[in-house]
Design a protein. Sequence first.
Length: 157
Amino acid sequence: MSKDAPVAEGRIHEFTTKSGSDTIEVGRKLASLLNPPQLLILRGDLGTGKTTLVKGLAQALDAADPDEVTSPTFTLLHEYDGNRNGRPIKLFHLDVYRIEGERQLETLGLEELMTPDALVLVEWGEKFKSIKKRATGEIAIASEGGDARKITVTFTE
C-alpha cells in the first residue's frame, strides 16, 4: 500500500509491507522514483530489511537478480550495473556501520561514486555529517512486528 504526502522540504512516500517479498516489491517500485545522481541514507535497525529492499531496486534496474544482492556489511561496498529505459545506471550499496570516523569514510571514495548515472544507497549513513550533508533523501525501514515493515522514503531535493 502506498501513500504520497507533500512536505515542505521534499516528498514523502510511505509503504507498509507484510513480508520479505513485499519489501522486494517496494524496492522495485522505488526504482521509478529515483533519478540519478542521488545519494540516499538507508536507515533501519539490524534485520529490518535494508538489503531486501535493495534486492528489489537492483532487480527493477536490471542490475542483479534478488538472490545476487547481499549485504555489504563486510565488503563495505557493492556495485551493480543496471539500466532504466535503455540508459545506464550504476547502483552502489554501501554499509558504513563498521567505519569509525570521517577520515576512514574518505577512503571509500564516496565523492568518486557520485557520477551523473549513480544511485548511492548508504546503510548507517546517518552516523556521518558528511553523508547527511550530501544526501538527497532517506529511506527509513521500521519493524511493525513480525515480518511487517513501514518504509518511509523522504526526498529532500
